[in-house]
Design a binder for this molecule. Structure first.
Ligand SMILES: [Fe+2]
Ligand SMILES: [Fe+2]
Length: 243
């Protein structure tokens, strides 16, 4: 009896030590041995995207479209063929996501008027920024028309349109990211900035149904795949010459 008790005590100690060791080595492993709860785990809440992050990641989408234009211009200049269908899809995405939503519904409806009202020095850029939105629409119309015919036509003119549009919009978005958006943010309280983030999300959902940003990224990824631009590693620069 005593022997049995002693054995049980030793087993218990050994078991406890083992458990302690397991807990020390890996709490997760121990937790995995515990009986499963019948309640389903709570759903992960969707993380809010702030107004500035929203605007800047939209620029990221537009920059990827501009890179499609830049690569296409390089191909045209090299006398190579480009796929009009994929370029037309890129132009349509720029129209829907960039021009109709990002520019008109966010920047021109909320940001530019607030900058003018607050008399921020960044407000001086607004006239040029709107002129560039308008010029961008003209170029998008041109790209859609040319590529809608199924053949490129004047390759030199199209390459020039891609290149000038890219330079204009890269300069434009870079000023917005570093001057215009920070100045707009400066004029808002923390509460107002938070509310603007919600307003932007609501506009995006009204315009695109579910998640306009995720859909736009998916569309661009498909375009990049079709054109052979999907592999990021191909853009790693070569080593510089030895100096
Ligand atoms: Fe803009
Ligand atoms: Fe913008």
């Amino acid at each position: 009896m005593l022997h049995l008790r002693e054995t049980s005590r030793r087993s218990l100690i050994a078991g406890l030590s083992g458990a302690a060791l397991v807990a020390g080595a890996s709490g997760a492993a121990l937790a995995a041995k515990q009986p499963k709860e019948t309640k389903p785990p709570p759903k992960e809440e969707k993380k809010a995207v702030g107004a500035i992050e929203d605007l800047m990641r939209e620029h990221g989408v537009l920059r990827r479209a501009l890179l499609v234009y830049r690569q296409s211009a390089a191909r045209l200049r090299a006398g190579a063929a480009i796929d009009p269908k994929s370029i037309r899809q890129t132009a349509q995405l720029f129209r829907d996501f960039g021009e109709n939503y990002h520019e008109r519904m966010l920047e021109q409806a909320h940001i530019f008027p607030a900058l003018r009202k607050s008399q921020s020095p960044a407000g001086a850029l607004v006239v040029t920024l709107i002129a560039q939105h308008d010029r961008g629409r003209e170029i998008t119309d041109y790209i859609r028309t040319v590529t809608g015919k199924g053949a490129v036509g004047d390759a030199e003119a199209l390459a020039r349109a891609f290149e000038t549009f890219e330079l204009m919009y890269e300069s434009h978005a870079a000023r917005e990211d570093t001057i215009v958006f920070p100045a707009w943010r400066e004029g808002l309280s923390e509460r107002q900035l938070h509310d603007m983030g919600q307003t932007f999300e609501d506009i995006e959902h009204r315009q695109f149904g579910s998640d306009g940003f995720a859909d736009a990224v998916k569309q661009l990824a498909a375009i990049e795949e079709a054109l052979g631009f999907a592999d990021l590693a191909q853009f790693t620069a070569p080593r510089p010459p030895r100096s």
